[in-house]
Design a protein around this ligand. Structure first.
Ligand code: ADP
Ligand code: MG
Length: 506
């Protein structure tokens, strides 16, 4: 169900993403030129004769890029095709001198076939998003229009660098199969999951700001309960989570409005305006180009052996889904496990804080999710959360949080004091939690004698309530606990206070 300005509508969203990740490799997909096109490198210095299509130059497939694709495919729980082909996608690209892009045609098996990734659905439960395919293709170069007032320039450094395009699957034969993205938030979680898998595997930096991850966003809407998918539009080349979410929102609202006014949505390619947060038609599918895939006569079919796949499989590190399962086995619920695996940085932070004490896990998770996520300026995790307001705030380390949690468990401080220490750290107080506790005299009173005295005082001063308690109003216990805590300046061990009160009042 899609909501517009807090109001739920009778419409639901259907979203398909085509995500391009730039493959990490020293060399380009079909040439020996360096694949480093970093903006600090002079234009047109990382270019081979193959990249600029000099006559007679032949492409040679870079085996390492293929291995990277296989690795990512395994990370996507996908089938790896034993045999796949390359074809030329005809198009005039001023920044791809071949005049075509070498890609893997849609009609034939690509190197990576059907797979899935697991994300947290909007209901907080794990949800499988099906992947249709992932294929290798060449990136284009970059056109520069801002160097000269009347001339444009082409930089071919990126020309021919390997891309892996990952396409989500829509099961049109079974429209009730809900294994696709259905909201802007799920789109973001899916993209983050792809990013984290790619990073964990070293397949791509998958960094949207740098352009090493980009997505084409397909959106359609349909009435809730409807059995068919409706016409979708495609917004190309999106490079930020924020803009992708905003484009989906806007596009969904636009389509719903068209339907509600009795119109029909046409299958258009849209352009997104960052300043307006709106989409507009770039070209309609009527004049969409027929790319005419030609088999590439210079390239043999790509054959991958079972041994190669198994060799790569044996080197796979722990992926986010496995990390989530491990966190659940430490006693976290699914929601917490999902939040703590939103990025490898976060899950590593959690693992460091837990260290070799699994009994800390639940408490560490609680503090991270309810406190640290809300204070990104005090957290040394970039990308994971919005750190735009990061100033000179003090950073809270995994060791700090572990110490704080241990102090509570050891009854050195109570929960209230822990919170005070935490707030002091947020406010820039230096030192470890222990040092801060000492500095401010925040020791929990666990000395039974001292607590007993406070308990006796409270009982003597509140005889009326004591009578009421004894005649059955046991709900008054909280009143006594509060009074004792107050008398001890919040420092008493609450468990001991409870125990002593119960004993003395019975
Ligand atoms: P194209 O070749 O035109 O890019 P594809 O069939 O490859 O189209 O689909 C591209 C993406 O669009 C896929 O992720 C697919 O799941 C998604 N998609 C297809 N139909 C719809 C629809 N009706 N609504 C939303 N997404 C769709
Ligand atoms: Mg497409």
């Amino acid at each position: 169900m899609f909501t517009i300005k807090g109001k739920t509508t009778d419409w639901e969203l259907v979203i398909g993403l085509e995500t391009h990740i730039e493959v990490l490799s020293n060399r380009k997909l079909f040439s020996g030129a360096s694949a480093n096109y970093n903006p600090t490198i002079s234009p047109n210095t990382q270019v081979s004769m193959v990249d600029v299509a000099m006559p007679g130059m032949l492409p040679v497939l870079n085996e390492f890029c293929v291995e990277q694709a296989i690795k990512m495919g395994l990370g996507l729980n996908a089938e790896i095709s034993k045999k796949s082909k390359f074809a030329r996608k005809q198009y005039f690209y001023p920044d791809l001198p071949q005049g075509y892009q070498i890609s893997q045609p849609a009609e034939e098996p690509p190197v990576v076939g059907r797979g899935w990734v697991e994300i947290m659905g909007d209901d907080g439960k794990p949800k499988k998003i099906l992947i249709e395919r992932a294929h290798l293709e060449q990136d284009a170069g970059k056109l520069k229009h801002d160097v000269h007032p009347t001339k444009s320039f082409a930089d071919y450094n990126r020309t021919g660098v390997a891309l892996l395009e990952i396409v989500t699957f829509l099961d049109t034969k079974n429209p009730e199969n809900n294994s696709y993205i259905t909201s802007p938030d799920e789109a973001e979680r899916y993209l983050r999951e792809i990013r984290e898998i790619a990073r964990a595997l070293g397949v791509s930096k998958a960094n949207m700001e740098e352009g090493s991850m980009r997505a084409d966003v397909n959106v359609s809407v349909r009435p809730v309960g409807s059995k068919e998918f409706r016409t979708r539009t495609e917004t190309k080349n999106m490079v930020s989570f924020k803009f992708i979410k905003s484009a989906i929102e806007y596009e969904a609202r636009r389509q719903i409005e068209i339907y509600e006014n009795g119109g029909t949505v046409s299958q258009d390619t849209m352009r997104y305006s960052q300043s307006e947060g709106t989409t507009s038609v770039m070209r309609s599918k009527e004049d969409a180009l027929d790319y005419r895939y030609f088999p590439d006569p210079d390239l043999l079919p790509l054959e991958i052996s079972e041994e190669t796949i198994e060799r790569i499989r044996s080197t796979m590190p722990e992926l986010p889904a496995a990390t989530r399962a491990r966190f659940i086995s430490l006693g976290l619920n699914e929601y917490d496990a999902a939040r703590l695996t939103e990025s490898t940085d976060i899950s590593k932070w959690f693992d460091t804080a837990v260290g070799d004490k699994p009994e800390r896990a639940k408490q560490i998770a609680n503090w991270m999710i309810s406190e640290l996520f809300a204070h990104p300026e005090n957290w040394d995790i970039k990308n994971a959360v919005d750190t735009s307001n990061q100033g000179t705030a003090r950073i809270i380390t995994p060791e700090n949080l572990a110490e704080l949690v241990d102090m509570i468990s050891a009854s050195e401080i109570n929960g209230k004091q822990a919170k005070e220490i935490f707030i002091k750290m947020l406010d820039g107080e230096t030192g470890t939690p222990k040092e801060i506790a000492d500095r401010f005299g925040m020791k929990q009173i666990t000395d039974t004698g001292a607590i007993e005295k406070a308990v006796d005082d409270v009982i003597n001063a509140n005889q009326t309530q004591v009578e009421q308690y004894k005649s059955g109003k046991t709900g008054l216990l909280g009143f006594f606990v509060g009074a004792v805590m107050k008398a001890t300046g919040g420092k008493a061990n609450p468990a001991l206070v409870n125990e002593l009160l119960r004993k003395k009042l019975s």
